[in-house]
Write a protein that binds this ligand. Structure first.
Ligand code: PHE
Length: 362
């Protein structure tokens, strides 16, 4: 009998502790102390036991009953307090608000916005041209001879479509230089449209282009520093008396604005079909600032290509190469991003992995 009473006490106490609301607590109370509750029935049984033991058992039963009642009261107070707190929280307008999780622009979009605003400050105008392009824009008009091995430099994706008789095969544009041709053709067409106005007014501002074309490019490549889809930003300036000095000045301006005042740029002779002369542009390493370190080896990091617009490109788009000159440059957005101070991404493919743990860091 004593043992059973102790058991009842322990079960009741654990049920009371587990009750998460007042209703459940009330049910537990009925289950043990109600008219046909477990403890109530046990107490009735006390009359059946021998007289000398009855007093002792009676005292124990009383103690069990008191403990259970106390525990219920205590739990009741706690639960009431908890609900009150929740209610109070609901209406306390002075409580600090809960911040909803906030997203942000992708790292590459942030870089594109920054690059655009740097060039817009010196008069470049953003343009955007097709990512699926004809051979004419991606190669032929850019002075790539048919079947010349230079076409392989760009590891192009070709599209299975009948080629156009004038513009050739369709490709996924492997570089933003196709935008140079589009921009020059557009400018020439617009000039033709305005020819009558020009002769009536006698005002002719000539051809003047300051284009910034930022777009997706595609090449058959995938490793730690290449993704099959990437972004380039292409600058094109055309006008009278545009020289290498203007190109170098623009490069320096960009390098200092994007990477910081301490970084320097240099140009090295190179070869591109569509520029003459052509250059490769380097920037001093952000860690050693040109002295040479483990990261860069010789102190310089390669930024990308640039050069003076080739006369054949002018001819292909209907611009007189004797009257106009121009420069162009085309660099990878992801590449300049990786070259920025304090950004260390050891695998470029992470940028397009959609891994939130990675993206949320920027
Ligand atoms: N289109 C070249 C590339 O993708 C870069 C370039 C652009 C070179 C403009 C010269 C002028 O590598």
């Amino acid at each position: 009998m004593e043992e059973e009473l102790i058991n009842i006490k322990n079960t009741a106490l654990s049920f009371i502790l587990e009750a998460e609301d007042l209703k459940t607590l009330e049910e537990v109370k009925l289950q043990f102390l109600g008219r046909s509750g477990k403890l109530t029935l046990k107490i009735k049984d006390i009359t059946k036991i021998s007289a000398e033991k009855r007093k002792e058992v009676g005292m124990l039963a009383n103690e069990v009953k008191n403990t259970i009642e106390d525990a219920i009261k205590q739990r009741e107070v706690n639960l009431k307090h908890k609900t009150e707190k929740v209610l109070r929280q609901k209406i306390d307008v002075s409580n600090p608000g809960i911040k909803p999780p906030l997203g942000h622009l992708h790292l590459v979009t942030q870089a594109i916005e920054e690059i655009s605003s740097i060039f817009e400050k010196i008069g470049f105008i953003r343009a955007r041209y097709p990512e699926i392009e004809w051979d004419w824009y991606a190669f032929t008009a850019l002075n790539f001879p048919q079947n010349h091995p230079a076409r392989d430099d760009w590891e192009t994706f070709f599209i299975k479509e009948k080629p156009s008789p004038e513009k050739g095969q369709m490709v996924l544009t492997p570089h933003t230089s196709s935008g140079q041709v589009r921009e020059m053709e557009r400018t020439v067409a617009k000039r033709k449209e305005l020819a009558r106005e020009r002769s009536a007014t006698g005002v002719d501002d000539g051809i003047s282009i300051r284009m910034l074309n930022i777009a997706k490019c595609y090449r058959r490549q995938s490793d730690v520093s290449h993704t099959p889809m990437f972004h380039q930003f292409e600058g094109l300036v055309v006008g009278e008396n545009i020289s290498i000095v203007n190109l170098k000045g623009t490069l320096d301006y960009f390098v200092k604005s994007y990477f910081g005042e301490k970084r320097k740029s240099r140009i090295r002779p190179y070869h591109f079909q569509f520029t003459e002369p052509s250059f490769e542009v380097d920037v001093t390493c952000g860690v050693c600032l040109g002295k040479g370190c483990k990261l860069c080896k010789a102190g310089w990091l390669e930024l990308g290509g640039a050069g003076m617009v080739h006369p054949n490109v002018f001819k292909a788009t209907g611009i007189d190469p004797k009257k106009y000159t121009g420069f162009a440059f085309g660099w990878g957005v992801e590449r300049v991003l990786m070259m920025k101070d304090g950004i260390e991404i050891d695998d470029l493919r992470l940028l397009y992995s959609n891994k939130l743990e990675f993206l949320e860091q920027f």
